[in-house]
Write a protein that binds this ligand. Structure first.
Ligand code: ATR
Length: 283
């Protein structure tokens, strides 16, 4: 890569940011598209976020991705946000257009794209989402916009599931259940999605009795490290189709790339870059 006076600057704001795979993935996409740009990590503490956003404008940085814990707070410093980011109260992509900052959230649509890539049609499906945090909100919102028939949200803290279901019910009826009910309802869904961090560690207990999963259920875990969580392992052994979180990571990035550059990205190139990066971390 040759950096000149004309090279555009993009990046990611996070705290910490050093574990982010976005620089690897987006740099590969820029190179493949022949765009004269660099994509760099910026470690920005929440206290410094406003100054960093001012700096972004002052220095003409063309756009950034935003990761934890800044996705909510950054909204205060943007000029416009789209409908999806507004509903989510969180932004993961900011585009600088002539000094005005536009915020978007590509997480939910990236998730739906990752299912489409696996030829899973979500329209008319009954979906169980485990977890009621930011990821669950993004995923549920996009699933509803893509015509799912029903969503049930199960969460350890039932009140959080209830509150999220209440917000989503402005779009379509969504129900909440407690995690304790999972064993008795799990066979009633076409798609089951884990959005919690349970399964990242080998010692994690199961969220429910995974052996109750039916072969015709699609089971998705948004975790990608490890590639195959215990949930996915057992689901696969039961004959179910399983999908890990790599696709969501790639497709939220691909959508961000399109917003920031107005060009299509190469999903294959992004995937290869990610796999190489994850491999280097001994996954
Ligand atoms: P994210 O943005 O990735 O969704 P989050 O907003 O912190 O992260 O949400 C984490 C979700 O994982 C929550 O639904 C949380 O349940 P609680 O609302 O009860 O905290 C869920 N979660 C985390 N650890 C869990 C565990 N050990 N068992 C069950 N659920 C867990």
């Amino acid at each position: 890569m040759k950096i000149t006076g004309r090279t555009d600057v993009y990046g990611i704001f996070g705290y910490p940011v050093k574990h982010s795979l976005s620089p690897l993935m987006q740099t590969a996409a820029f190179e493949a598209a022949g765009i004269d740009a660099v994509y760099v990590p910026f470690q920005v503490s929440p206290e410094n976020l406003e100054k960093a956003v001012d700096g972004l404008k002052a220095m003409g940085i063309r756009g950034i991705n935003v990761t934890v814990p800044l996705k909510e707070k950054i909204i205060h410093f943007l000029d416009f946000i789209d409908e999806t980011a507004e509903f989510m109260g969180a932004v993961n992509t900011v585009k600088n257009v002539d000094g005005k900052l536009y915020g978007y959230n590509t997480d939910g649509d990236g998730f739906v794209d990752s299912l489409k890539e696996e030829r899973i049609e979500v329209g008319g499906k009954k979906v169980l989402i485990i977890g009621a945090g930011g990821s669950a909100k993004a995923i549920a919102y996009s699933l509803l916009r893509n015509g799912v028939e029903k969503i049930v949200i199960a969460n350890r803290t039932f009140e959080k599931a209830e509150s999220l279901a209440g917000r989503l019910s402005k779009i379509e009826m969504v129900e909440a259940v407690s995690l304790d009910y999972l064993n008795s309802v799990v066979d009633k869904f076409d798609i089951l999605i884990n959005t919690t961090s349970v399964g990242m560690k080998e010692s994690d207990p199961s969220l429910f009795d995974y052996s109750l999963i039916k072969p015709d259920t699609v089971v998705v875990d948004i975790i990608y490290k490890p590639f195959e969580t215990e949930l996915l392992k057992v689901a696969k052994s039961k004959g179910a189709k399983t999908i890990n979180g790599l696709g969501m990571l790639i497709h939220q990035g691909a959508r961000a790339f399109k917003i920031l550059t107005d060009m299509e990205s190469s999903v294959e190139v992004m995937k290869d870059a990610l796999l190489e990066g994850l491999d280097g971390r001994n996954i």
